[in-house]
Design a protein around this ligand. Structure first.
Ligand SMILES: [Zn+2]
Length: 393
């Protein structure tokens, strides 16, 4: 099917449909008709995009009964997005294609004291090897999403003092990563990217108002509000781990007192067992022992759950999310953590017993959720990461 040289209007309509598919993933034709174009325009744009190989028909994932609807989505061979996570002790990476498929993920251990530039060089090497394994040339990469713990100042792009990676304090990760990776990129907070990943692939698929509580070295929240990632005026929204739980408590890394992190992050949980359990246990050990009935381990995890529940109640009272998702290194504790968390939250939440949102463990693997989200942020951003030479007719 051929048509004359497209008018400016026609190109704009194509760009709008492609943008919607990048932002929302595969959609039904009916949903695409709601992006502000007439049904007949959407129909002809879809036919054109199917014809020139930009999009393809896909069957929706199972939902309810009956025949799943046929959706249209971007083809996977239009390019790839890379996600990189600079975490405590690890650098992770993932490659996703334009059909939002995770192609490959991998990780290498990294000492927390490594300078930022050396860390990013390791990340670049890791990504290079992964692209080789996939048989992909570097020019196929639309962009890179780099995830960091802690807040990143929106205006300056600088890591604040609250980051748990000390060599990165007052470093501009965007500038450093740009000079090392030499690819178009964006930098963001790990919890924010994890929230995005759960709305695309996980338990919050299609939801518009969620809070994703990410437990790593610190506890952060990624907010999706009104369908968009909410980072705040300065980019520091969601620092749940630095909300005060005990005014007279221990001094936190941020300089505050009694922050949630001092009571409920992995280090504070494991440290509580130093006297009773002679081995220096990792958080994964503590969770495993709790699951087989170790009373002390169950106790410290439950206490952490109660503290997180208090902070989550305050968060809920202010923002009213439809779902609260728990991810990261405390998520494998499941109900040992979540039951006391819910109870503590219900005691303090304004609408307890009426519309309290479900609190659930995320569906995505704790080792890939952040890098998948970082790649997804690139796939969604048509302005900063345009598709190379969209087929034209
Ligand atoms: Zn703090």
């Amino acid at each position: 099917m051929s048509s004359p040289v497209p008018s400016a209007q026609r190109s704009a309509n194509r760009a709008r449909v492609v943008r919607a598919l990048r932002e929302r993933g595969a959609q039904s034709r009916r949903a695409l008709a709601e992006i502000g174009l007439s049904r007949s325009t959407v129909k002809s744009v879809i036919e054109e995009l199917l014809d020139d190989g930009t999009i393809t028909e896909v069957t929706a994932a199972e939902r309810g009964t009956g025949r799943p609807p046929t959706l249209v989505g971007l083809k996977g061979d239009l390019g790839v997005a890379v996600g990189i996570e600079i975490a405590n002790g690890t650098v992770r990476a993932a490659v996703c294609d334009t059909a939002q498929q995770l192609l490959l993920h991998d990780a290498v251990p990294m000492d927390d004291h490594t300078p930022p530039e050396a860390t990013l060089k390791t990340a670049a090497t890791l990504v290079g090897h992964m692209l080789d394994r996939l048989g992909l040339d570097k020019h196929r990469v639309l962009g890179v999403g780099v995830a960091m713990p802690g807040p990143i100042q929106r205006n300056t792009g600088v890591n604040g003092r609250a980051t748990t990676l000390k060599p990165w304090v007052n470093v501009n990760p965007y500038a450093t990563a740009s000079s090392v990776l030499r690819l178009p990129l964006l930098v963001g907070n790990d919890a924010n990217f994890a929230a995005l990943a759960e709305t695309i692939w996980g338990v919050a698929r299609g939801m518009r108002d969620i809070a994703y509580v990410y437990t790593a070295s610190g506890i952060g929240v990624g907010f999706i509000l009104g369908g968009a990632l909410y980072v705040g005026a300065n980019g520091t929204a969601g620092e749940l781990g630095h909300t005060t739980i005990d005014e007279n408590g221990e001094v936190c890394q941020c300089g505050g007192r009694g922050c949630l992190n001092t009571l409920a992050n992995a280090d504070s949980i494991t440290q509580k067992l130093w006297r009773s359990h002679h081995d220096r246990l990792s958080i994964a050990d503590v969770i495993k022992m709790a699951q087989v009935g170790d009373v002390g381990c169950r106790r410290v995890i439950a206490d952490a759950g109660r503290h997180i529940g208090l902070a989550a109640a305050n968060m809920y009272n202010l923002l009213d999310p439809e779902l609260i998702v728990l991810g990261g290194n405390l998520a494998p504790a499941g109900e040992i953590l979540l039951a006391p968390l819910r109870e503590s939250m219900a005691r303090r939440a304004i609408h307890a017993g009426e519309v309290l949102p479900p609190v659930v463990v995320g569906a995505l693997d704790e080792h890939t959720v952040v890098v998948q989200g970082a790649a997804a942020a690139v796939l969604r951003d048509s302005d900063r990461f345009p598709l190379p030479s969209l087929p034209r007719k």
